[in-house]
Design a binder for this molecule. Structure first.
Ligand SMILES: [Fe+2]
Length: 243
């Protein structure tokens, strides 16, 4: 199974601090059945320089690939988790941020960013730019004033979503996750792994909880969506319409 959200590159963001820590996370992912993982380091447009970001992430990515060649770990791909900013839909630099150079963009928000301008930009990205946004950990924005409208909007417009495996262990997210699954508004599950101690991968536990709470079909659908995304980002098949 593909994990679409992780901070496993050593020493590039608030994720893994060393190559050893990256490898420990990757080995645990593999043990949980994750065969492929996209490294999605944070890009904060207000704080980061694009050229530096590309240089640093590519270097860390190559280093990690080199150091995991002989190990039983998932295949690693390069992507990014980019924080939304006003005007992002018109940016000419988006190809640097998509998942393994595909048309899928993992987009981070904050509750305060959920407004009509965001909706317009998401539509522009999808319809005009043919870039498909995947809203990172959509459950985290539950305090947004327009959250309900946002969920309906993403669902109605084919904007994709991801929930964090860890959120299934946090009571505070329970009702929000119930609503998201009831609305059929969850496309992917991702580990958003940062470390082995504070934010480790919990894919196996989360999938088990999903099967128990929402049924095995829902769990299988999430796995199927991850498989489709894997085929797409590796250029094997084209799945612009994952639902
Ligand atoms: Fe993340």
């Amino acid at each position: 199974m593909l994990d679409i959200h992780s901070h496993i590159l050593p020493a590039v963001d608030d994720g893994a601090k060393t190559t050893e820590e990256s490898i420990a996370i990757l080995e645990e992912m593999y043990r949980q059945g994750i065969t492929d993982v996209i490294a999605t380091p944070h890009f904060y447009p207000h704080a980061h320089n694009l050229e530096d970001f590309i240089t640093i992430t590519r270097k860390a990515f190559s280093l990690l690939k080199e150091n995991t060649k002989a190990k039983k770990v998932p295949n690693i791909f390069l992507g990014c988790e980019i924080l939304y900013y006003s005007g992002i839909s018109k940016s000419s630099e988006l190809k640097h941020f998509t998942l393994n150079g595909s048309c899928f963009l993992l987009l981070e928000l904050t509750p305060g960013l959920i407004n009509d301008d965001l909706f317009d930009e998401l539509l522009y990205l999808k319809e005009e730019r043919k870039i498909i946004p995947i809203i990172a950990h959509i459950e985290r924005y539950k305090t947004a004033k327009k959250y309900k409208k946002f969920i309906k909007f993403v669902k109605d417009n084919g904007i994709l979503t991801q929930v964090n495996a860890t959120s299934f262990l946090i009571k505070d997210y329970s009702k929000t996750l119930d609503k998201l699954f009831a609305e059929n508004a969850v496309t992917f599950i991702g580990t958003d792994s940062h470390s082995m101690d504070k934010r480790p991968p919990f894919m196996d536990i989360a999938l088990e909880k999903i099967a128990q709470k929402y049924g095995n079909e829902i769990k299988e659908k999430l796995i199927e969506n991850a498989n489709k995304l894997y085929l797409d980002i590796t250029g094997k098949e084209n799945f612009n319409e994952i639902q």
